[in-house]
Write a protein that binds this ligand. Structure first.
Ligand SMILES: NC(=O)c1ccc[n+]([C@@H]2O[C@H](COP(=O)([O-])OP(=O)(O)OC[C@H]3O[C@@H](n4cnc5c(N)ncnc54)[C@H](O)[C@@H]3O)[C@@H](O)[C@H]2O)c1
Ligand SMILES: [Zn+2]
Ligand SMILES: [Zn+2]
Length: 385
């Protein structure tokens, strides 16, 4: 089959490789019909997360069940499903608590309680390095889906791939950013980052009753997308200090909720890059710092952007003095996906209006570069195997 294979940083290629096969009785093999490139794939692409051997990437995908393991009860050949990006057994200590991204069965080699850099990780993710389980991903013609009774959800009739594909990752991720803050309605929500995750957080903020939604980015074309697809007010952080602007917009108080939908790959100066080497940090936590500045006293910050190393000068004093409620981590697609599919089916939310590129899987390598370098007004890429 054809698959997008990671060979090394900035080197991903569509190769011909062996088809996946059923390995456990609880597996299915999916014929992938649509898959997307995620901002998280860029951390591997850019070498932020190490991956020593070749691997098929991709954790946002959907398709048709092609082959069913003997132990699978809920799926049959021909079913059309979306698949949440974490791989979870469904019955361990953490899965039973609804914490599927902390599944203690799916990533036996690198799992542990520490949450360390190289080991002591959480549960596995599709196509997301050996440290996260070493499973091949779905940017391919076929993919093996373990624990097939736990993750995959049948797609309601009448919905296109484009309408539901993002229930696998970015919609539940944007939803988690808002849901975890337990809004009561009427809040001002500021979302740092107008990439796919930020845009989904903005859509989710409206669905949770926000009174104002503010999107912040440094790319004008993405701010434009935030205005059109997510009806947000916008701030270009290259032109103005977003913290000052948000305070001005909120009577000096700050936003009730700030979402970090950027993470460690925020734009960096040469000096910041040099400091990374000295401090053994990867990337920057400058956006998290802006969230702490821009949130009101007693407000909430949710961190969906990924951070991969410890950081010196974490503003602990500010967190304490302002009494900030801080949430973050891998999102909870297993918990939210059924509700989110219903919202799409009922027409309460539209997800496919952020797609800027829908191309053949054969063009995946080029599209990684285009998405990473923010060329051609690229916001979200769908690949068709
Ligand atoms: N927590 C989870 O479960 C989960 C799931 C999916 C993605 N993610 C992470 O969410 C983050 C965003 O994902 P994405 O797909 O939207 O990625 P993306 O790279 O397309 O978007 C990031 C956006 O941040 C903007 N940005 C960079 N520096 C900035 C700054 N200083 N101020 C404001 N904006 C800035 C970029 O211009 C870009 O639009 C990534 O770190 C990704 O790994 C987390
Ligand atoms: Zn993702
Ligand atoms: Zn589990």
């Amino acid at each position: 089959m054809k698959a997008l294979v990671f060979h090394g940083p900035k080197d991903v290629r569509v190769d011909n490789i062996k088809d996946p096969a059923i390995e456990q009785a609880t597996d299915v093999i999916l014929k992938v019909t649509s898959t997307a490139i995620c901002g998280s794939d860029l951390h591997i692409y850019n070498g932020m997360f190490p991956q020593p051997r070749n691997m098929v990437l991709g954790h946002e995908f959907m398709g048709i069940v092609e082959e069913v393991g003997k132990g699978v009860q809920n799926l049959k050949k021909g079913d059309r499903v979306v698949v949440p990006f974490p791989i979870a057994c469904g019955h361990c200590h953490f899965c039973s608590m609804g914490l599927h991204t902390h599944c203690e069965e799916s990533n036996p080699e690198h799992y542990g309680p520490e949450g360390g850099l190289m080991d002591g990780k959480g549960g596995a993710l599709f196509g997301y390095t050996d440290l996260y389980g070493g499973y091949d991903g779905g940017q391919a013609e076929y993919v093996r889906v373990p624990y097939a009774d736990v993750g995959p959800r049948k797609v309601p009739d009448g919905l296109t791939d484009e309408q539901v594909l993002f229930t696998t990752d970015i919609f539940p991720t944007g939803w988690s950013a808002i849901e975890w803050a337990q809004l009561k309605g009427g809040e001002v929500v500021a979302v740092f980052g107008c990439g796919p995750v930020g845009l989904m957080a903005m859509k989710s903020a409206w669905l949770h009753g926000a009174s104002r939604v503010i999107g912040i980015d440094i790319q004008e074309y993405r701010l434009e997308m935030a205005r059109t697809a997510a009806k947000a007010e916008t701030i270009n952080a290259k032109d103005a200090d977003p913290v000052e602007m948000i305070r001005q917009m909120t009577g000096g108080y700050g936003a009730d909720l700030c979402v970090d939908a950027v993470g460690m790959e925020a734009d960096r100066t040469m000096l910041e890059k040099a400091m990374n080497v000295i401090q053994m940090e990867k990337g920057s936590m400058k956006v998290l710092g802006k969230c702490f500045d821009a949130v009101r006293r007693g407000g909430t910050v949710t961190v969906m952007g990924v951070y991969g190393t410890p950081f010196d000068n974490f503003p602990l004093h500010q967190w304490f003095d302002k009494g900030i409620k801080l949430f973050g981590g891998q999102s909870w697609p297993h918990v939210y996906i059924d509700k989110l599919l219903s919202l799409v089916q009922e027409g309460k939310v539209k997800l496919d209006d952020i797609v800027t590129h829908s191309v053949s899987l054969a063009d995946a390598s080029k599209m990684y570069q285009v998405f990473n370098d923010k060329e051609d007004n690229c916001v979200k890429v769908i690949l068709k195997p």
